[in-house]
Design a protein around this ligand. Sequence first.
Ligand code: GLA
Length: 382
Amino acid sequence: MNKKLLKKIKTSFIEKFNANPLMIFSPGRVNLIGEHTDYNDGFVFPAAVDLGIILAIQKSNANISTAYAIDKDEEHIISTANLKPLKKGSWANYIIGVIAEIQNCGKTVKNFDLVFGGDIPGGAGMSSSAALENSVVFGLNVLFDLGLSKKEMILISQKAEHNFVGVKCGIMDQYASMFGIENNALLLDCRTIKSKAYKIDFQDYQLILINSNVKHSLTDSAYNDRRSVCETISKKLKVKALRDVTKNDLKKIQERVTPENYQKALYIIEENERVLRAAKAVTERDLKLLGKLLFQSHNGLQNQYKVSCDEIDFLVSKARANEHVLGARMMGGGFGGCTINLILTKHTKSFTIEVSKCYKEKFNIDCTVHAIRLSDGTKIIE
Ligand code: GLA
């Protein structure tokens, strides 16, 4: 965690509100494999990382609550009665959404002040929004003794995202951010919301993210659209979610769906299988197979589920062409953000220098590289 940022946020809180805050860290996440499977009740394999949101929060005696976003230098005054979503894109939606959803659980949130900031690169698809939601619900739970379990907290964060931010996300991001374990990835069954931790021995390899530094604007609408395609096909198949069907089941209704939507559903079924194979590969220390599955996952995301973009495909193609990269794929919702790459540590530098150069030549954009450490989930730090 970023000690300098911690100090800055704490100092800012004390100066602004003249009180000693509770300090919380809530991480972003990576996802090894299992993209868009979470809202199909399927499997994902994410991990929390050491970048995240730092939140300073304390009760207030005022008759309003104040939230301050240090990175934007913006303040938002909240009255905790009758909360409604603000205009799209407002960061305060994450906070008021969490308060409103806590209230919907029949709990009372009194007034508070908070300051937050973070070091998750924006638009990288590393779930800064889930990290923020989790930090707020976690902080309020402690301050007002709400008695919420971690599972209840992530469901509140997810509902805030659905109803106040407007993205019908699955549970992966909130889960990974809340439940992360150092050096482990979590094989999460998104139906039962239970996970198994897998300690990963990366041997001579490491995970790096390459941020395309693009975020195409259709992200949210395309996301919701994919979700509704999956739900429509599930209905046709008379099951709760695509998690419940095999490729053979899908084949039976092939005539009744468009070829494009057929491929999308097929992708989900295949991706679920890949996640389980990836977890097994980790147990067997078979990083080569893990890498192969990452490339296959990207293929599906690019050609079947169609949530990638030129910039990301280019980064993955560079990874494919490099003998020291075992696997790579787009990560997160898509249409920009990062690729996740499994690469021989000693060749990371030469690879990233080469990729950055080619990427700049082709798109006139600088990409950025982050080495990833799998870390603990949301916690009190002071
Ligand atoms: C976003 C959503 C998640 C998940 C991923 C795609 O990060 O918030 O719930 O659906 O996209 O795997």
